[in-house]
Design a protein around this ligand. Structure first.
Ligand code: C2E
Ligand code: CA
Ligand code: CA
Ligand code: CA
Length: 279
């Protein structure tokens, strides 16, 4: 595989145990993180399996705490959900990433798809569609380039606005990807009922390629099923050549993972695009 530029290391100093113990303090601090300019968005490329060309990117949130260092979203997103802060933080991520994607489109003439993670809390929000529509108008990004990544963490039955919101996003011209596919309780129900364009195979399966034949079978079956349903497939957590070869042999459409590039700052990602353009 062509390595897409230098690796961008992220050091997380806050463990989930620390976060548990200092949850209250972190929540209070998180309230001001956006205003204090402590939030950042990094971008990880998604490549076409055949050509290894960059075809898209996922926006991933970081919190740079002045004393604690970079805090993992796995730690602070749950706190943001509990406090409801995820709604304004999520809007900030969407706006920042759409503006960035538009800037790269203008500068490099590349139409890269942008994946943005949506929390279950945002998906149940009655104002979600207004927010997305406003962000698209304000930034000028083509809705066709925006893909919302949703997980199967919530049951469709228990989430009143979920289906409406997802259909509404489609009507706005955005795409939907089912994230962490295969790990939720209701994968097939989601696949059947959601207007999803793409499936992201969870990294827990990809990691076991070459290790566990059962997980390999699940990966192959997921790709085949997705294609029969006319959905595209991205594999996450592609770390080694062996993963790439297996996924390529079984027709996975796109790949994302450390083998190609770690999540990169806007400056590094821009350099990567500039480099590619010169090739
Ligand atoms: P996710 O959506 O499944 O994102 C993929 C995660 O896998 C990212 O972790 C990414 O850095 C990591 N990753 C990518 N390639 C590899 C690889 O080859 N190997 C391994 N081991 N990991 C890889 P990250 O950035 O720490 O994000 C963790 C989770 O936090 C995300 O999982 C997502 O659920 C959530 N998250 C991140 N940004 C946002 C956001 O803006 N909004 C919401 N609601 N959630 C977010
Ligand atoms: Ca994701
Ligand atoms: Ca995922
Ligand atoms: Ca995940």
């Amino acid at each position: 595989a062509k390595h897409l530029g230098r690796n961008n290391f992220q050091i997380y100093e806050v463990s989930p145990e620390y976060a548990q113990e200092h949850g209250m303090a972190l929540k209070t601090r998180l309230r001001h993180a956006e205003g204090n300019g402590e939030l950042r968005v990094v971008y990880q490329p998604q490549v076409n399996t055949e050509t290894e060309d960059i075809v898209g990117m996922e926006a991933l949130l970081r919190w740079e705490h002045p004393e604690l260092g970079t805090i993992s979203p796995a730690v602070f997103i749950p706190l943001a959900e509990e406090t409801g802060l995820i709604v304004s933080i999520g809007e900030w991520v969407m706006r920042t990433a759409c503006r960035q994607a538009r800037e790269w489109e203008e500068r490099y003439g590349l139409r890269l798809r942008l994946g943005v993670n949506l929390s279950a809390v945002q998906l149940m929000e009655p104002h979600l569609l207004d927010t997305v529509a406003k962000v698209l108008t304000d930034t000028g990004l083509d809705p066709d380039l925006l893909e919302m990544e949703v997980t199967e963490s919530i049951s469709i039955k228990e989430a009143p606005n979920l289906l409406e919101n997802l259909h509404g996003l489609h009507e706005l011209g955005c795409h939907i990807a089912i994230d962490d596919f295969g790990t939720g309780a209701a994968s097939l129900d989601y696949l059947r009922r959601l207007p999803a364009d793409r499936i992201k195979i969870d990294q827990s399966f990809v990691r076991n390629i070459g290790v566990d034949p059962d997980d390999e079978a699940i990966v192959r079956a997921t790709i085949e099923m997705a294609h029969r349903l006319k959905r595209a497939v991205v594999a996450e957590g592609v770390e080694i050549e062996q993963h790439l070869e297996f996924l390529r042999a079984h027709g996975c459409d796109e790949l994302q993972g450390y083998l190609f590039c770690r999540p990169a700052t806007p400056v590094s990602f821009g350099n990567l695009l500039a480099e590619r353009q010169r090739l």
